[in-house]
Design a protein around this ligand. Sequence first.
Ligand code: PMP
Length: 345
Amino acid sequence: MDFSALTKKNIRSLRPYKAEEIPCTAKLDANESPYCIGSKLAADTLKKLNRYPDPDAKLLKAAIAKDLKVAKENIILGNGSDELIYYLIVTFGGPVLFPVPTFSMYGIISQALDEKFVGIPLDKDFDLDTDKMLAAVKKYRPRLIFLSSPNNPTGNCFSADRILKIIGASKGIVVVDEAYQPFSSEKGFLPLLGDYANLTIMRTLSKIGFAALRTGFMVADSGLIEEVNKVRLPFNLNSLSQTIALEAFKQKQAVGRAVRSIVSERDRMIDAMTEMNGVIPYPSEANFILFRVKNADLIYKKLLRSGVLVRNLSGTVKNALRVTVGTPDENNMFIKSLERASRRN
Ligand code: PMP
Protein backbone atom coordinates (compact mmCIF):
# COMPACT_ATOMS: atom_id res chain seq x y z
CA MET A 1 0.00 0.00 0.00
CA ASP A 2 1.30 3.46 -0.87
CA PHE A 3 0.83 5.30 2.41
CA SER A 4 2.36 8.46 1.00
CA ALA A 5 -0.78 8.82 -1.15
CA LEU A 6 -2.73 9.10 2.12
CA THR A 7 -0.25 11.51 3.70
CA LYS A 8 -1.27 15.17 3.86
CA LYS A 9 0.19 17.15 0.97
CA ASN A 10 2.36 19.42 3.15
CA ILE A 11 3.94 16.40 4.83
CA ARG A 12 4.59 14.34 1.68
CA SER A 13 7.58 16.46 0.61
CA LEU A 14 8.91 16.79 4.18
CA ARG A 15 12.16 15.05 5.02
CA PRO A 16 12.50 13.89 8.63
CA TYR A 17 15.15 15.50 10.82
CA LYS A 18 18.27 13.41 10.34
CA ALA A 19 19.86 12.22 13.56
CA GLU A 20 21.94 9.33 12.30
CA GLU A 21 23.99 7.05 14.52
CA ILE A 22 27.30 6.68 12.70
CA PRO A 23 29.97 4.54 14.41
CA CYS A 24 33.01 6.63 15.40
CA THR A 25 35.59 7.15 18.13
CA ALA A 26 35.03 10.87 18.72
CA LYS A 27 31.37 11.83 18.39
CA LEU A 28 31.55 15.54 17.62
CA ASP A 29 28.48 15.99 15.44
CA ALA A 30 25.47 16.73 17.64
CA ASN A 31 26.35 19.67 19.92
CA GLU A 32 26.13 17.48 23.03
CA SER A 33 28.37 17.90 26.06
CA PRO A 34 31.12 15.29 26.35
CA TYR A 35 30.71 15.36 30.14
CA CYS A 36 28.11 13.26 31.94
CA ILE A 37 27.28 14.93 35.25
CA GLY A 38 23.92 14.04 36.73
CA SER A 39 23.61 10.35 37.46
CA LYS A 40 22.58 10.09 41.10
CA LEU A 41 19.20 8.82 40.07
CA ALA A 42 16.68 9.22 42.86
CA ALA A 43 15.58 5.78 44.00
CA ASP A 44 12.17 7.15 45.00
CA THR A 45 11.27 7.74 41.37
CA LEU A 46 11.98 4.13 40.48
CA LYS A 47 9.63 3.04 43.23
CA LYS A 48 6.81 4.96 41.58
CA LEU A 49 7.07 3.77 38.00
CA ASN A 50 3.41 2.68 38.08
CA ARG A 51 2.26 6.29 38.57
CA TYR A 52 2.01 9.09 36.06
CA PRO A 53 4.55 11.87 36.50
CA ASP A 54 3.69 15.17 38.16
CA PRO A 55 1.77 16.85 35.31
CA ASP A 56 3.09 20.27 36.30
CA ALA A 57 6.64 19.22 37.17
CA LYS A 58 6.29 21.41 40.27
CA LEU A 59 9.66 20.70 41.87
CA LEU A 60 11.60 21.20 38.67
CA LYS A 61 9.68 24.35 37.82
CA ALA A 62 10.40 25.73 41.29
CA ALA A 63 14.13 25.02 40.82
CA ILE A 64 14.18 26.78 37.44
CA ALA A 65 12.18 29.71 38.82
CA LYS A 66 14.65 30.11 41.68
CA ASP A 67 17.67 29.78 39.42
CA LEU A 68 16.44 32.31 36.86
CA LYS A 69 14.70 34.56 39.39
CA VAL A 70 11.35 34.40 37.61
CA ALA A 71 7.91 33.28 38.78
CA LYS A 72 6.80 29.72 38.05
CA GLU A 73 3.82 31.14 36.12
CA ASN A 74 6.36 32.38 33.58
CA ILE A 75 7.71 28.90 32.84
CA ILE A 76 6.61 26.01 30.65
CA LEU A 77 8.56 22.78 30.30
CA GLY A 78 8.95 20.69 27.20
CA ASN A 79 10.21 17.27 26.19
CA GLY A 80 13.24 19.03 24.77
CA SER A 81 12.89 22.55 23.46
CA ASP A 82 11.90 20.91 20.17
CA GLU A 83 8.54 20.16 21.76
CA LEU A 84 8.15 23.77 22.80
CA ILE A 85 8.83 24.97 19.25
CA TYR A 86 6.09 22.57 18.18
CA TYR A 87 3.69 23.85 20.84
CA LEU A 88 4.37 27.47 19.93
CA ILE A 89 3.55 26.87 16.27
CA VAL A 90 0.48 24.77 17.14
CA THR A 91 -0.75 27.54 19.47
CA PHE A 92 -0.05 30.67 17.46
CA GLY A 93 0.36 29.42 13.88
CA GLY A 94 2.16 31.16 11.05
CA PRO A 95 3.49 32.99 9.29
CA VAL A 96 6.68 31.92 11.02
CA LEU A 97 9.80 33.97 10.32
CA PHE A 98 13.43 33.12 10.96
CA PRO A 99 16.82 33.98 9.52
CA VAL A 100 18.69 31.34 7.50
CA PRO A 101 20.80 29.35 8.01
CA THR A 102 19.47 28.45 11.43
CA PHE A 103 18.12 25.50 13.42
CA SER A 104 16.18 23.39 10.94
CA MET A 105 13.28 22.43 13.22
CA TYR A 106 11.63 25.89 12.93
CA GLY A 107 11.01 25.17 9.24
CA ILE A 108 10.34 21.44 9.57
CA ILE A 109 7.67 21.91 12.27
CA SER A 110 6.06 24.81 10.38
CA GLN A 111 5.77 22.64 7.30
CA ALA A 112 4.48 19.66 9.28
CA LEU A 113 1.75 21.86 10.70
CA ASP A 114 1.04 23.36 7.28
CA GLU A 115 1.94 26.86 8.43
CA LYS A 116 3.57 29.40 6.15
CA PHE A 117 7.22 30.05 6.94
CA VAL A 118 9.77 32.49 5.62
CA GLY A 119 13.58 32.29 5.88
CA ILE A 120 15.53 35.54 5.49
CA PRO A 121 19.26 35.18 4.71
CA LEU A 122 21.70 36.37 7.35
CA ASP A 123 24.23 39.03 6.31
CA LYS A 124 27.81 38.19 5.33
CA ASP A 125 28.91 38.11 9.00
CA PHE A 126 26.03 35.74 9.85
CA ASP A 127 24.32 38.57 11.74
CA LEU A 128 20.67 39.50 11.27
CA ASP A 129 20.07 41.57 8.15
CA THR A 130 18.01 44.23 9.89
CA ASP A 131 16.59 45.84 6.75
CA LYS A 132 15.49 42.54 5.26
CA MET A 133 14.13 41.24 8.56
CA LEU A 134 12.17 44.43 9.24
CA ALA A 135 10.82 44.42 5.69
CA ALA A 136 9.72 40.80 6.19
CA VAL A 137 8.04 41.68 9.51
CA LYS A 138 6.10 44.40 7.71
CA LYS A 139 5.23 42.26 4.70
CA TYR A 140 4.32 38.95 6.34
CA ARG A 141 3.23 40.10 9.83
CA PRO A 142 4.63 36.92 11.39
CA ARG A 143 2.89 35.55 14.45
CA LEU A 144 6.16 33.93 15.47
CA ILE A 145 9.80 34.88 14.89
CA PHE A 146 12.55 32.45 15.92
CA LEU A 147 16.01 33.87 16.61
CA SER A 148 18.56 31.29 17.72
CA SER A 149 21.25 33.27 19.53
CA PRO A 150 23.93 31.91 19.62
CA ASN A 151 22.82 30.63 16.26
CA ASN A 152 23.03 27.02 15.19
CA PRO A 153 24.92 26.28 12.91
CA THR A 154 26.89 29.54 12.57
CA GLY A 155 27.89 29.79 16.26
CA ASN A 156 27.62 33.58 16.66
CA CYS A 157 25.24 35.67 18.73
CA PHE A 158 23.11 38.11 16.79
CA SER A 159 23.68 41.79 17.69
CA ALA A 160 21.48 42.65 20.64
CA ASP A 161 20.41 45.97 19.11
CA ARG A 162 19.24 44.18 15.95
CA ILE A 163 17.24 41.67 17.98
CA LEU A 164 15.67 44.54 19.93
CA LYS A 165 14.69 46.32 16.72
CA ILE A 166 12.88 43.20 15.55
CA ILE A 167 11.13 42.74 18.91
CA GLY A 168 10.05 46.39 18.79
CA ALA A 169 8.73 46.14 15.22
CA SER A 170 6.86 42.87 15.67
CA LYS A 171 3.25 42.54 16.75
CA GLY A 172 3.85 38.81 16.98
CA ILE A 173 5.94 36.77 19.38
CA VAL A 174 9.74 36.82 19.20
CA VAL A 175 11.36 33.66 20.52
CA VAL A 176 15.02 34.07 21.39
CA ASP A 177 16.24 30.48 21.39
CA GLU A 178 19.10 30.46 23.88
CA ALA A 179 19.98 26.75 23.63
CA TYR A 180 23.69 27.67 23.57
CA GLN A 181 23.60 30.69 25.91
CA PRO A 182 25.65 29.01 28.69
CA PHE A 183 28.68 29.00 26.36
CA SER A 184 28.34 32.64 25.36
CA SER A 185 30.14 35.68 26.74
CA GLU A 186 26.92 37.66 26.32
CA LYS A 187 24.28 37.93 29.03
CA GLY A 188 21.35 36.83 26.92
CA PHE A 189 17.84 38.25 26.90
CA LEU A 190 16.44 36.99 30.19
CA PRO A 191 17.02 40.33 31.99
CA LEU A 192 14.87 42.06 29.34
CA LEU A 193 11.89 39.78 29.70
CA GLY A 194 9.88 42.25 31.79
CA ASP A 195 10.42 45.03 29.23
CA TYR A 196 8.80 43.32 26.23
CA ALA A 197 5.56 41.33 26.50
CA ASN A 198 6.18 39.63 23.14
CA LEU A 199 9.66 38.37 24.08
CA THR A 200 10.04 34.67 24.86
CA ILE A 201 13.23 32.92 25.89
CA MET A 202 13.84 29.25 25.23
CA ARG A 203 16.53 27.21 27.00
CA THR A 204 17.47 23.54 27.16
CA LEU A 205 19.45 21.17 29.34
CA SER A 206 20.55 19.25 26.25
CA LYS A 207 23.77 21.15 25.58
CA ILE A 208 25.05 21.22 29.14
CA GLY A 209 25.25 17.51 29.81
CA PHE A 210 21.67 16.24 29.88
CA ALA A 211 20.66 15.62 26.25
CA ALA A 212 19.21 12.21 27.15
CA LEU A 213 16.63 13.75 29.47
CA ARG A 214 14.86 15.68 26.70
CA THR A 215 14.19 18.65 28.92
CA GLY A 216 13.76 22.19 27.67
CA PHE A 217 11.91 25.19 29.01
CA MET A 218 10.53 28.50 27.97
CA VAL A 219 10.23 31.69 29.98
CA ALA A 220 7.66 34.27 28.95
CA ASP A 221 4.75 36.44 30.00
CA SER A 222 2.31 34.38 32.08
CA GLY A 223 -0.49 35.08 29.58
CA LEU A 224 1.58 33.57 26.78
CA ILE A 225 2.46 30.56 28.94
CA GLU A 226 -1.26 30.04 29.67
CA GLU A 227 -2.04 29.91 25.95
CA VAL A 228 0.74 27.42 25.16
CA ASN A 229 -0.32 25.29 28.13
CA LYS A 230 -3.64 24.68 26.36
CA VAL A 231 -1.92 22.47 23.78
CA ARG A 232 0.66 20.84 26.04
CA LEU A 233 0.14 17.09 26.17
CA PRO A 234 -0.61 15.77 29.64
CA PHE A 235 2.48 14.42 31.42
CA ASN A 236 4.80 15.59 28.64
CA LEU A 237 7.83 15.41 30.92
CA ASN A 238 8.40 11.93 32.32
CA SER A 239 9.24 11.27 35.98
CA LEU A 240 12.84 10.24 35.42
CA SER A 241 13.56 13.38 33.40
CA GLN A 242 11.92 15.54 36.07
CA THR A 243 13.96 13.94 38.83
CA ILE A 244 17.32 13.97 37.08
CA ALA A 245 16.79 17.48 35.69
CA LEU A 246 16.36 18.61 39.27
CA GLU A 247 19.81 17.14 39.94
CA ALA A 248 21.18 19.31 37.13
CA PHE A 249 20.09 22.40 39.04
CA LYS A 250 21.52 21.03 42.29
CA GLN A 251 24.85 20.35 40.59
CA LYS A 252 25.30 23.84 39.20
CA GLN A 253 28.97 23.96 40.10
CA ALA A 254 29.82 20.77 38.20
CA VAL A 255 27.77 21.98 35.24
CA GLY A 256 29.58 25.34 35.35
CA ARG A 257 32.99 23.63 35.43
CA ALA A 258 32.12 21.51 32.39
CA VAL A 259 30.86 24.56 30.51
CA ARG A 260 34.05 26.51 31.29
CA SER A 261 36.20 23.64 30.08
CA ILE A 262 34.20 23.45 26.83
CA VAL A 263 34.60 27.21 26.29
CA SER A 264 38.37 27.13 26.79
CA GLU A 265 38.71 24.04 24.57
CA ARG A 266 36.61 25.78 21.92
CA ASP A 267 39.00 28.72 21.87
CA ARG A 268 42.00 26.39 21.73
CA MET A 269 40.47 24.52 18.79
CA ILE A 270 39.74 27.77 16.92
CA ASP A 271 43.37 28.87 17.42
CA ALA A 272 44.67 25.55 16.09
CA MET A 273 42.27 25.59 13.13
CA THR A 274 43.23 29.17 12.24
CA GLU A 275 46.81 27.96 11.68
CA MET A 276 45.75 25.26 9.21
CA ASN A 277 46.05 25.66 5.50
CA GLY A 278 42.66 25.92 3.77
CA VAL A 279 40.67 25.84 7.01
CA ILE A 280 38.61 28.86 8.06
CA PRO A 281 36.93 28.60 11.46
CA TYR A 282 34.16 31.09 12.25
CA PRO A 283 34.04 32.75 15.68
CA SER A 284 31.84 30.86 18.12
CA GLU A 285 29.84 31.67 21.25
CA ALA A 286 28.51 28.11 21.39
CA ASN A 287 29.79 24.58 22.06
CA PHE A 288 30.54 23.98 18.40
CA ILE A 289 32.55 25.57 15.62
CA LEU A 290 31.48 26.09 12.04
CA PHE A 291 34.43 25.96 9.67
CA ARG A 292 35.04 26.12 5.98
CA VAL A 293 37.36 23.89 4.01
CA LYS A 294 38.14 23.54 0.32
CA ASN A 295 36.15 20.35 -0.14
CA ALA A 296 33.76 19.61 2.71
CA ASP A 297 32.57 16.22 1.46
CA LEU A 298 36.14 14.96 1.13
CA ILE A 299 37.30 16.28 4.51
CA TYR A 300 34.18 14.89 6.18
CA LYS A 301 34.98 11.42 4.84
CA LYS A 302 38.65 11.67 5.78
CA LEU A 303 37.78 12.73 9.34
CA LEU A 304 35.32 9.88 9.67
CA ARG A 305 37.91 7.42 8.40
CA SER A 306 40.14 8.51 11.24
CA GLY A 307 37.27 8.02 13.70
CA VAL A 308 36.07 11.61 14.05
CA LEU A 309 32.42 12.32 13.33
CA VAL A 310 31.49 15.95 12.55
CA ARG A 311 28.41 17.38 10.85
CA ASN A 312 28.59 18.00 7.13
CA LEU A 313 26.74 21.25 6.51
CA SER A 314 27.83 21.81 2.93
CA GLY A 315 24.19 21.70 1.85
CA THR A 316 23.52 24.72 4.06
CA VAL A 317 26.75 26.75 3.97
CA LYS A 318 29.10 26.11 1.05
CA ASN A 319 31.94 23.75 2.00
CA ALA A 320 31.20 24.07 5.70
CA LEU A 321 31.51 21.49 8.45
CA ARG A 322 30.52 21.80 12.11
CA VAL A 323 32.45 20.28 14.94
CA THR A 324 31.16 19.98 18.49
CA VAL A 325 33.68 20.62 21.27
CA GLY A 326 34.51 17.35 22.99
CA THR A 327 36.92 16.30 25.72
CA PRO A 328 40.53 17.53 25.34
CA ASP A 329 41.51 14.06 24.01
CA GLU A 330 38.72 14.04 21.46
CA ASN A 331 39.59 17.58 20.41
CA ASN A 332 43.26 16.65 19.98
CA MET A 333 42.19 13.74 17.83
CA PHE A 334 40.04 16.10 15.75
CA ILE A 335 42.83 18.69 15.40
CA LYS A 336 45.37 16.09 14.32
CA SER A 337 42.98 14.45 11.85
CA LEU A 338 41.90 17.77 10.34
CA GLU A 339 45.49 18.91 10.01
CA ARG A 340 46.37 15.70 8.19
CA ALA A 341 43.23 15.78 6.02
CA SER A 342 43.62 19.39 4.97
CA ARG A 343 47.37 19.09 4.30
CA ARG A 344 46.82 16.37 1.73
CA ASN A 345 43.97 18.27 0.12
N1 PMP B 1 17.33 25.08 19.54
C1 PMP B 1 18.52 25.02 18.92
C2 PMP B 1 19.10 26.27 18.38
C3 PMP B 1 19.19 23.80 18.80
O1 PMP B 1 20.37 23.73 18.16
C4 PMP B 1 18.61 22.64 19.36
C5 PMP B 1 19.29 21.28 19.31
N2 PMP B 1 19.95 20.97 18.19
C6 PMP B 1 17.37 22.76 19.96
C7 PMP B 1 16.75 23.99 20.05
C8 PMP B 1 16.63 21.57 20.50
O2 PMP B 1 17.14 21.16 21.68
P1 PMP B 1 16.40 20.09 22.60
O3 PMP B 1 15.13 19.68 21.90
O4 PMP B 1 17.35 18.98 22.76
O5 PMP B 1 16.11 20.82 23.88
